[in-house]
Design a protein around this ligand. Structure first.
Ligand code: UDX
Length: 442
């Protein structure tokens, strides 16, 4: 049966979640404080580059010809307060000054929504928060909600990946329901009736476990990436090949091949801050082993970026000042225009700060940086370059015809930091290809 659902915060997570809720048959109102984002979404357009999101918005946004009219967006909390059965919180929890998650936006949602709630409802957190937050939010709601019926907090973390946000929202790997009452679980099962009917596993748990599951999932993925990057260093030191090593590990079903791609390490709006926040929370709670482990994961990750910048300088004979360097990729990963904590941009900026004349090209992301020259094409980025760095593995870069660029660059030398280019094709065309962690003989 169709429910009335509000989704508060409509950036990457919220926009995809709101559209998915409409696709599941519910009536949905998305709320955001940014009026321009609301206007964009109400026109059926996505405020971010995300494959498949616009068609889904157009399918459901009210007023668009042929749509189901189930979805609309507003800046006005009064439109949702007594209307929705379930309020999803999808606002950001960026990294605060001390490394812990900054909960300003989550708290502000609660302070704005709670005084307006005069009927029973669920307030469902999707944002990543430090363990213990949901309980504190419940106490705050209990103190300020005027409703005599209970407004209950549920934690239902989101695991969607940027560039796959729609698919991950419609077909999640699992649904985690951290709740305090059987009635809340029942209502959440109605929210997700469609994926549950398609056999998506449901994990019912308490609030703290739900909060920890999200932090643990991202930290585990980050640990896998840092592990393989540390093994890449071993391969470099010993002369082995990390790509073959990862393939072999991946065939062990207990390990799995995913998140074992060595390269520049992890970036983006989630993994880095979630690892940091869990490390800080673990230290606060006296779990030093976990904060130490995650500290190593972060250190390895940061080291990958520095190592590639150092390698670039070394390949230029030790002095990068005034030398033209081309960087392919600025987004933190392919398929998105997001550059938050982007490994590619960190390396590009580092090289520019060391005096390099750095030109960056990315198919989607804006470079927007006084230090760097934003090229409009691969050809423009590569013009007269003495060194090319492949830093974000867009398919477009894998498809490049290396021979076409021989006459464009000053020196056909490329560092493939993501280990994704076909080295034999590039070498055959006359390029020198450097792939840290890969054996020259394979
Ligand atoms: C991540 C989680 O996957 C998702 O479940 C959570 O909800 C949000 O955080 P996302 O930030 O979109 O999603 O990025 P993801 O696709 O997981 O990649 C994270 C980073 O790791 C990227 O910078 C990527 O380039 C890097 N990565 C990934 C590797 O370096 N090697 C790999 O093998 C996999």
């Amino acid at each position: 049966m169709s429910l009335r659902i509000s989704v508060i915060g409509t950036n990457y997570l919220g926009a995809a979640h709101a559209a998915a809720m409409a696709e599941f048959g519910h009536r949905v109102i998305g709320v955001d404080v940014v009026a321009s984002r609301v206007a964009t979404l109400n026109a059926g357009r996505s405020p971010v580059f995300e494959d498949g999101l616009e068609p889904l918005l157009r399918k459901h946004v009210q007023g668009i010809a042929g749509s189901t009219d189930r979805l609309r967006f507003t800046t006005d909390y009064d439109e949702i307060a007594d209307w929705a059965d379930v309020h999803f919180i999808c606002v950001g929890t960026p990294q605060g000054d001390d490394g812990s998650a900054d909960l300003t936006e989550v708290r502000s949602v609660i302070e704005t929504l709670a005084p307006r709630l005069t009927t029973a409802a669920l307030v469902v957190g999707k944002s990543t928060v430090p363990v213990g937050t949901a309980r504190t939010l419940q106490q705050r709601l209990d103190a300020i909600v005027p409703s005599r019926e209970r407004v209950e907090v549920v934690w239902n973390p989101e695991f969607l990946r940027e560039a796959h946000a729609v698919a991950d929202s419609l077909r999640p790997d699992r649904i985690v329901l951290g709740a305090q009452s059987p009635a809340a679980i029942d209502l959440m099962r109605r929210v997700y009736a469609i994926p549950i009917s398609e056999d998506t596993p449901v994990i019912e748990c308490d609030l703290q476990t739900a909060e920890l599951i999200k932090a643990a999932a991202n930290s585990f993925l980050a640990t896998k990436i840092s592990f393989i990057n540390a093994m890449a260093r071993m391969c470099q030191a010993a002369g082995g090949d990390v790509a073959r090593l990862a393939d072999a590990l991946g065939h062990d079903r207990r390990i799995g091949r995913e998140y074992l791609n060595a390269g520049l390490g992890f970036g983006g709006g989630c993994l880095p801050k979630d690892v940091r926040a869990l490390a800080v929370r673990a230290a606060q709670l006296g779990v030093g082993e976990l904060s130490d482990l995650l500290g190593s994961v972060e250190a390895i990750n940061a080291g990958q970026r520095t190592a590639i910048a150092d390698l670039a300088v070394a390949e230029l004979g030790g002095d990068i000042r005034g030398r033209r360097v081309a960087v392919l990729g600025a987004a933190f990963k392919p398929g998105t225009d997001d550059t938050r904590d982007s490994p590619a941009l960190t390396v590009a900026r580092d090289l520019a700060a060391r005096g390099g004349d750095v030109r960056v090209y990315d198919p989607q992301a804006e470079v927007g940086d006084g230090l760097l020259y934003a090229a409009g094409s691969v050809r423009e980025a590569l013009a007269d370059a003495e060194l090319v760095l492949h830093l974000t593995e867009w398919e477009e870069f894998r498809q490049l015809e290396p021979a076409e660029y021989l006459a464009v660059v000053a020196n056909p030398l490329i560092i493939d930091a993501r280990l994704k280019l076909d080295r034999h094709r590039w070498t055959a065309a006359g390029w020198k290809v450097v792939q840290p962690g890969r054996a020259a003989t394979l």
